[in-house]
Design a protein around this ligand. Structure first.
Ligand SMILES: [Zn+2]
Length: 188
């Protein structure tokens, strides 16, 4: 009887540790090892600045609107990475945003990646921090030939748009070294 009990206890122990290991093993890839990782290949991100306007957060746009994200200069076809782990909220195509991916992260944070060329994730899919979710494109408002190819990145906290630079991304503003045009851009 004593022997049977100990065998049973060992079996239960094995099952419990198996379940725990399974949960840890599943969760591990979705942990955020850093607060945010770069959404592009480069760690140092450069804000787009061209004849159609500047890509800074809250930069003026047509109709008194303000730029809701930040435009990061990047070559078409380059990879776009998830800045944090999370779940895909929406993958779609929008007139202004072009092809986009929207991610819901832990807590109240979400992020949006726009003007993409290819979309590599689907609705509801779980993504790791740094996972390639698409490639840089020139879709939506970014189609204009004068507009430098870029990734439009938006970050929302409690449905309020915040400057992605606040999340610790290394972003340089190249606009100070170039002449600024006075006409507000139509680009997103
Ligand atoms: Zn933009």
């Amino acid at each position: 009887m004593r022997f049977h009990r100990s065998r049973k206890a060992r079996f239960i122990c094995l099952v419990v540790s198996g379940v725990i290991l399974g949960i840890v093993g599943y969760r591990l890839p979705f942990l955020n090892w850093r607060r945010t990782v770069s959404p592009l290949e480069a760690d140092l991100l450069v804000v787009r600045f061209d004849g159609k306007g500047d890509g800074r957060f809250l930069a003026p746009r047509n109709g008194g609107r303000r730029h809701r994200g930040i435009d990061l200069a990047a070559a078409v076809g380059g990879p776009v990475y998830a800045i944090r782990s999370g779940r895909v909220r929406e993958v779609g195509t929008d007139l202004g945003l072009g092809k986009f991916v929207s991610l819901k992260h832990d807590g109240t944070l979400s992020s949006l990646y726009a003007h993409l060329d290819t979309l590599l994730v689907t609705d509801g899919q779980r993504v790791r921090q740094g996972q390639k979710i698409g490639t840089v494109g020139k879709t939506g408002n970014a189609r204009h030939p004068v507009i430098q190819p870029h990734l439009h990145l938006e970050v929302m906290q409690r449905d309020q748009r915040i400057n992605p630079a606040q999340l610790g991304l290394e972003i340089v503003d190249a606009s100070s070294s170039k002449t600024q045009t006075s006409a507000p851009s139509t680009s997103n």
